[in-house]
Design a protein. Structure first.
Length: 148
């Protein structure tokens, strides 16, 4: 009676070798490292874009505040002397979106920052009406909005 030994040899050799497993794990590791790196870059780019958008919106709101009803240089200086939360409270109505005034927390959401400083009104010309003549005055130099 003859036993077929070739079947048993083929069954014993049907797995992967250690080298093949190590090579495939190395390839998967390299691909996942590249994916994580790219993911981090995309997340940081998103935060930077959101920060830029918030800063631009706050800067625009300060300009709107300064131009609204032709603010005088005294009112602009008074604004610049306020603390950051008080300056934010003044410009908040100019940041309305769909009729809703944002909170500092809602503006900072997704930026990775915790503090919003509207800054002072920067150097710019604002017009006031004095009698019949238009007079242009310049606001004192201030600091731009910032996120910390």
């Amino acid at each position: 009676m003859k036993v077929n030994l070739t079947f048993k040899k083929q069954a014993a050799q049907s797995g992967f070798t250690l080298i093949e497993l190590i090579a495939s794990i190395a390839i998967i590791s390299i691909i996942s490292a590249l994916a994580v790196s790219r993911y981090s870059t995309v997340i940081n780019d998103g935060k930077t874009a959101k920060q830029t958008t918030v800063i631009n919106a706050v800067e625009s709101s300060k300009d709107l505040y300064a131009a609204d009803e032709s603010r005088t240089i005294a009112e602009i200086q008074e604004f610049n002397q306020k603390t950051a939360p008080d300056r934010f409270a003044v410009v908040k109505p100019y940041l309305r979106l769909n009729g809703v005034e944002p909170t500092s927390a809602s503006l900072l959401e997704g930026t990775g920052k915790s503090v919003l400083d509207p800054g002072k009104i920067t150097t710019a010309a604002y017009t006031t009406i004095s009698g019949t003549a238009r007079v242009t005055v310049a606001a004192e130099a201030g600091q731009a909005a910032s996120l910390n």
